[in-house]
Design a protein around this ligand. Structure first.
Ligand SMILES: [Zn+2]
Length: 259
């Protein structure tokens, strides 16, 4: 199994992913452009078996219809996406554990908050968690917005309960490239964060279509304000005095919306 990340160069800075299997088959996650995706598959010599959509927003499902027409592939997504996701053939539910190939499994996480039809996918090899596809729930150094059918309270619970406990080494593959902006947001609230400063120097001016730079869950604990809810400097910057982690998360989400 090999994960290929493709940057789409659209205004929303989407990523499309191809999961290459030893059988010569591929799973495509969130296809932005059908022709470009077919091109990636042809270059890799792979047959498209299944499209998986993390959620129902058009920038994550845009390539579905044409890819289904061309490759007659399956489309898997959240059950709440039934009427909204083009070509959907199978509803996935929380806790499903899908074998991709021998020793490689994908666990389905039901992750509401950005929308209520959002799934993330944890990939394990020989039982060890390796990577997580996070769609618009968790970004590198940030989290998704909630203004197109979501809820920040629910997103907080998803991040707290399903992402905080993941192992440090798990690689994060998000739906968009917002890393540089998100690091600037972190440094806006926490100027003394040297790890975030180092990351910013590394990603500034990088072309994500040429050099893929992504984080691990361990990195997120250092550079993502939404993982650093008890940090005093962040709370001071938000002018929060007496608040709990949920209150800090909501204040951060609110500030990020207008920042
Ligand atoms: Zn979205």
């Amino acid at each position: 199994m090999k994960i290929h990340q493709y940057y789409t160069y659209n205004d929303l800075r989407n990523f499309t992913y191809v999961i290459e299997l030893a059988s010569g088959e591929a799973i495509v996650l969130d296809p932005w452009d059908a022709d470009e995706t077919s091109g990636y598959l042809a270059d890799l010599g792979l047959t498209l078996r299944t499209i998986i959509n993390t959620h129902e927003h058009g920038d994550h499902t845009r390539g579905n219809a044409a890819l289904v027409a061309e490759h007659q592939c399956q489309v898997w997504a959240h059950e709440n996406g039934q009427d909204k996701i083009p070509g959907m053939t199978r509803a996935l539910t929380a806790g499903e554990d899908i074998e991709l190939e021998s020793g490689v499994r994908m666990t389905v996480l039901d992750t509401p908050g950005h929308t209520f039809a959002h799934l993330c996918f944890l990939v394990t090899i020989d039982g060890n968690p390796q990577a997580v596809f996070t769609g618009d729930t968790l970004f590198n150094a940030g989290v998704g917005n909630c203004h197109n059918g979501g809820s920040p309270e629910v997103l907080y619970e998803t991040i707290r309960a399903q992402f905080h406990p993941l192992e440090d080494g798990v690689v994060v593959y998000p739906g968009h490239d917002y890393l540089e902006n998100n690091l600037q947001f972190t440094l806006h609230l926490e100027p003394s964060n040297e790890v975030a400063q180092q990351w910013l120097s590394r990603v500034e001016g990088n072309d994500p279509g040429k050099v893929s730079i992504t984080t691990t869950i361990g990195d997120e604990r250092s550079i993502n304000t939404f993982f650093r809810l008890s940090n005093e400097e962040i709370r001071r910057s938000l002018a929060l005095t007496q608040t709990d982690d949920a209150g800090t998360f909501l204040a951060l989400r609110h500030r990020r919306n207008s920042w």
